[in-house]
Design a protein around this ligand. Structure first.
Ligand SMILES: CC(C)(COP(=O)(O)OP(=O)(O)OC[C@H]1O[C@@H](n2cnc3c(N)ncnc32)[C@H](O)[C@@H]1OP(=O)(O)O)[C@@H](O)C(=O)NCCC(=O)NCCS
Length: 234
């Protein structure tokens, strides 16, 4: 896809983002529940992407109904995710470390932390970070406020639902309580805004993250999520 194409757009019921590191890869997020998505529209979008040189499409993390919808169109399982929820019925921790608001000038640091913490597929580029920040009407983005930032967290809120969208701690400074403190900040912010449920998803084998969330009162939901992949004719 040529570089003058927009990196993100919304059309045919989908939000589309072209990877900045591999411009033959697109990431799509359905804008409606599966009952409101039209197969013809999604197929039209896939055709547009293919015409523009896209060879591989990944979905956002989808629930069971959305998974069925996209599998019917030829998508396959790429990775399963566990979905956990905190419903604020137990006391929650307070942050133990200072944090500060992330500004636009901090994005390079945030991306550096993110890329060090996550494996290649999950790493954010600028456009993925911008997409995460714009995904919900309200967003809280905090970074560790020590001399060298050791981690950051992004929490989005839509009404009384909130989503811990991203959490990363510098690999050289893990197991020091930075992650726990950032999650506590996210929980406190959500509770003060009367959030009913704070959701987070993570790879099924991400034992560090699962153990952190479960130790802070998050409960694993029965149905998980999945990222699906398309790389052929629908
Ligand atoms: C998950 C992550 C954010 C944890 O950050 P952290 O600063 O190392 O976590 P903390 O030091 O606050 O640890 C809190 C608890 O989490 C659990 N935990 C953290 N790392 C762990 C590991 N490697 N193995 C097992 N448990 C672990 C433990 O219960 C720990 O408590 P303890 O140290 O008292 O035993 C960090 O490992 C990370 O950035 N991973 C890569 C990115 C990622 O997976 N993000 C979350 C995806 S949604």
């Amino acid at each position: 896809m040529s570089s003058d194409h927009p990196l993100r757009w919304s059309t045919n019921g989908l939000r589309v983002r072209i990877s900045q590191t591999n411009n033959s890869t697109a990431h799509i997020t359905p804008l409606f529940p599966s009952q409101k998505l039209l197969k013809t529209q999604v197929l039209r979008e896939i055709k547009i992407l293919r015409t523009n040189g896209i060879q591989e499409i990944f979905t956002s993390a989808l629930g069971p109904n959305e998974q069925r919808f996209f599998m019917d169109l030829g998508f396959n399982l790429h990775e399963e995710l566990s979905l956990l929820a905190h419903n604020f019925d137990k006391p929650i921790d307070f942050p133990t470390r200072p944090t500060r608001r992330v500004r636009r000038s901090d994005w390079a640091t945030v991306l550096e932390l993110d890329n060090a913490a996550f494996s290649t597929f999950w790493q954010f580029d600028t456009s993925a970070l911008a997409e995460a920040l714009a995904a919900t009407p309200k967003t809280r983005v905090r970074m560790d406020a020590t001399d060298t930032a050791l981690g950051f967290a992004i929490t989005g809120r839509s009404g009384r639902m909130a989503f811990l969208q991203r959490l990363a701690v510098d690999p050289g400074h893990q197991r020091l309580g930075v992650g726990r403190s950032l999650v506590a900040d996210s929980l406190q912010w959500s509770r003060k805004r009367f959030v009913r449920e704070l959701l987070v998803n993570t790879q099924v084998n991400n034992f560090a993250a699962l153990s952190l969330y479960e130790s802070m009162g998050f409960i694993k939901k029965r149905d998980g999520l999945a990222v699906l992949r398309w790389n052929g004719n629908p």
